[in-house]
Design a protein around this ligand. Structure first.
Ligand SMILES: C[S@@+](CC[C@H](N)C(=O)[O-])C[C@H]1O[C@@H](n2cnc3c(N)ncnc32)[C@H](O)[C@@H]1O
Length: 399
């Protein structure tokens, strides 16, 4: 098989990533791949600054850019082909499998394990799910790689039969991939355009230890984690530096997921509270906090309801959630919305850090908080070769 990608990157970052799947027209996921990488970043900067023009950030820090190859820590591979000859990658318009096991944006550990997973699935004899005929078993394989090289491998199948067969063959996978510390099977019986169902059976382990530079996070099968580990580390460190610079003693991390921001910001003199809807993510955050021995509370709940309920804070309130002097928000693409932005606008919180993967919803939310000025902004190129980006801003309440 031809190598998928060849890297022509000069030290200045003017190069571009070449991909034979893109050139052949068989995969268009990296829509901007033909644009030199430095140009991609400068185009995103222009677009993002335009969208946030009304918010008028006082200072744009240099964009945080890492590699343009092997940056993804998670692959969501559709299973195609036939029993004994599966493909792992995407499905084309006729729902035929396109094998992307050599995809150049996936981390080295994912590229190395994908052919082994394909061999394992071939040996089970299970049929890939046929979307047109609505028959067959194997739908997707999700692989997540930790910096240590440890892996979480999740199979998404249609029926209990698929689950039983994978369970009965599991030792072969454990032997072939000793770094797979978490293995599970997810059942998605419905014919739906989604990547996983709600039922998950663990075959090995419980959570993948994501050993970042200063903090170990714990990812369970359905937990969110930023897809680009090195850029996520840059983002967490930037936000921690902002929180230190405003000397926040009491911090809220809303939409905290498995706790990345809260755990990077926690220190012996700072009280940190994380809020998140996913119970599993909160369990993981608590494990990390325990390992670090830090003073952090993680609560399951809706971010908006939590903020409204504790707005203004009060000494001695039942949950002991003193008024924060800084609030971090990192919502899904839809943003924090009218209710939470209004609650923050009506609060007397001194600082807000807003990290967003959607500048359009960020701009709308900022327009609802005119009492805050955007002191600093920084783009994090979390998703090279696509138009997507992460942007974080530090807000200060106007005097
Ligand atoms: C962009 S992720 C951020 C996660 C985390 N800050 C991180 O860096 O990994 C958004 C998170 O918000 C959570 N979420 C979605 N809706 C929510 C809500 N209404 N209240 C609280 N958390 C919510 C999701 O489960 C997800 O973990």
């Amino acid at each position: 098989m031809m190598p998928a990608t060849s890297l022509t990157l000069a030290p200045t970052g003017v190069g571009r990533l070449h991909c034979h799947h893109f050139d052949a027209g068989s995969c268009h996921s990296c829509a901007l791949i033909e644009t030199p990488y430095r140009q991609q970043v400068s185009d995103k900067e222009s677009w993002c600054r335009e969208i946030l023009a009304e918010a008028a950030p006082q200072l744009w820090l240099p964009s945080f850019v890492d590699g343009m190859a092997e940056f993804r820590n998670r692959a969501k591979l559709a299973v195609g082909g036939s029993a004994g000859q599966v493909t792992l990658g995407i499905l084309d318009q006729e729902f035929h499998g396109v094998d992307l096991r050599d995809c150049g944006i996936q981390s080295e550990a994912i590229r190395a394990v994908t052919p082994i997973i394909a061999d394992f699935l071939d040996a089970t004899g299970l049929e890939p799910y046929d979307v047109s005929a609505r028959r067959g078993e194997l739908k997707f394989v999700h692989v997540t790689a930790a910096p240590s090289g440890d892996l979480m491998i999740r199979f998404v199948v249609r029926t209990q039969h698929g689950l039983d067969v994978l369970r009965s063959h599991r030792t072969a996978l454990f032997d072939a991939v000793p770094t797979a510390t978490v293995v599970s099977v997810n059942r998605l019986p419905e014919h739906k355009a989604v990547l996983e169902g709600s039922e998950e059976e663990m075959l090995r382990g419980e959570s993948l230890r994501m050993n970042l530079d200063r903090v170990d996070l714990h990812l369970r099968p359905q937990s969110f984690f930023q897809t680009n580990t090195d850029v996520a580390i840059g983002l967490y460190n930037q936000v921690a530096a902002w929180v230190d610079s405003v000397a926040a003693d009491n911090l809220w991390d809303l939409y905290c997921g498995v706790g990345g921001f809260a755990l990077y910001c926690a220190d012996s003199s700072r009280h940190v509270t994380g809020v998140e809807v996913s119970e599993q993510a909160i369990e993981s955050a608590k494990i990390s906090a325990g390992e670090l021995g830090i003073d952090a509370r993680f609560l399951v709940g809706d971010a908006t309801e939590f903020a409204e309920e504790h707005l203004g804070g009060r000494a001695g309130d039942p949950a002991g959630l003193e008024r924060p002097d800084c609030v971090i928000v990192n919502p899904p693409r839809r943003g924090i919305g009218a209710r939470l932005s209004t609650a923050l606008e009506d609060s007397d919180f001194e600082h807000i850090v807003y990290s967003s993967c959607n500048p359009v919803s960020l701009a709308k939310d900022l327009a609802r908080m005119p009492s805050y000025t955007v002191e600093q902004a920084r783009i994090f190129d979390m998703f090279p070769h696509t138009k997507h980006l992460e942007v974080a801003v530090l807000l200060r309440r106007r005097q």
